[in-house]
Design a protein around this ligand. Structure first.
Ligand code: SF4
Length: 259
């Protein structure tokens, strides 16, 4: 399906945030072609015209974003991005993320997170600045990925990209999410990445944030997972077991998010 592209102009590009571990966010895109069915940002579609279509089919691009960062130093840590992926497919053509990186004050402490190995295109920019790059990584098989994250790089490609970043001296991190009972294999994902990953964030699935539609899909297609999520005691066991695995590994943990 073709993406509906809406070109916009913004007044500001740095926005204050309460997200853990950062002070400001940059969203040069609103909307995301990766179309993850569990995306917490998809609620934004409610405030967009109906003809935009569903989440994943439209992207607003703030065309003046590269100009807005020029000559502007901001204190604190900046996260890119919270309601879009800075390296979703449209970036290959528009290059907004790349132009922002080139124009950004060199002292900016920037943390980029993506699900696309297109990020490797900008490796030479990362080498010269205070930028860390993270990948969302999980252990969905192909059937699960087609349902949950249909349009992003494969898990293998993301892990390979983490390795390439490390090899090039760029600080990296793995965001292990969403942690869904029966569908996440923590031992595997940590063992597959720990040799070349600087630090980890973990996130249990946010059952409210993912919305009713997602929970219905889970109930139908993965009833065992749904049953655990719906049962407080079973969920507490899952959390306890997951934390035991995480803390038994010799890895640097920045956070374990629960909602
Ligand atoms: S990549 Fe991130 S922002 Fe994009 S749809 Fe998936 S969860 Fe949402």
């Amino acid at each position: 399906m073709r993406t509906k592209l809406i070109k916009t102009e913004a007044k500001e590009i740095f926005t204050k945030t309460k997200l853990p571990g950062c002070d400001l966010v940059i969203n040069q895109y609103v909307g995301c072609e990766h179309a993850c069915s569990y995306c917490y940002a998809k609620f934004i579609s409610r405030w967009r015209p109906q003809d935009y279509g569903k989440w994943g089919c439209w992207v607003e691009a703030k065309m003046n974003a590269p100009e807005l960062v020029k000559g502007k130093y901001v204190e604190g840590s900046v996260y890119m991005s919270s309601i879009s992926d800075p390296y979703q497919p449209i970036e290959e053509k528009l290059k907004l993320t790349q132009m922002i990186l080139k124009n950004l004050d060199k002292r900016t402490k920037l943390s980029i997170q993506t699900k696309s190995d297109l990020v490797l295109r900008d490796i030479d920019i990362f080498k010269h600045e205070d930028i860390e790059v993270g990948f969302t990584v999980n252990t969905f098989n192909q059937k699960q990925k087609d349902i949950f994250e249909p349009c992003s790089s494969s898990n293998e490609e993301r892990i390979k990209a983490l390795k390439i970043l490390k090899k090039n001296g760029i600080k990296n991190f793995a965001f292990i999410s969403p942690m869904i009972p029966e569908l996440i294999d923590l031992n595997k994902v940590i063992e597959d990445t720990k040799e070349f990953t600087d630090y980890y964030w973990f996130e249990f699935i946010n059952t409210k944030g993912v919305g009713k539609e997602f929970m219905e899909v889970l109930k139908k297609q993965f009833p065992n997972s749904y049953e655990i999520l719906a049962d407080k005691n079973k969920m507490l066991d899952f959390i306890k077991e997951s934390k035991n695995i995480i803390t038994s590994k010799k890895i640097k943990i920045k956070g374990i998010e629960m909602h």
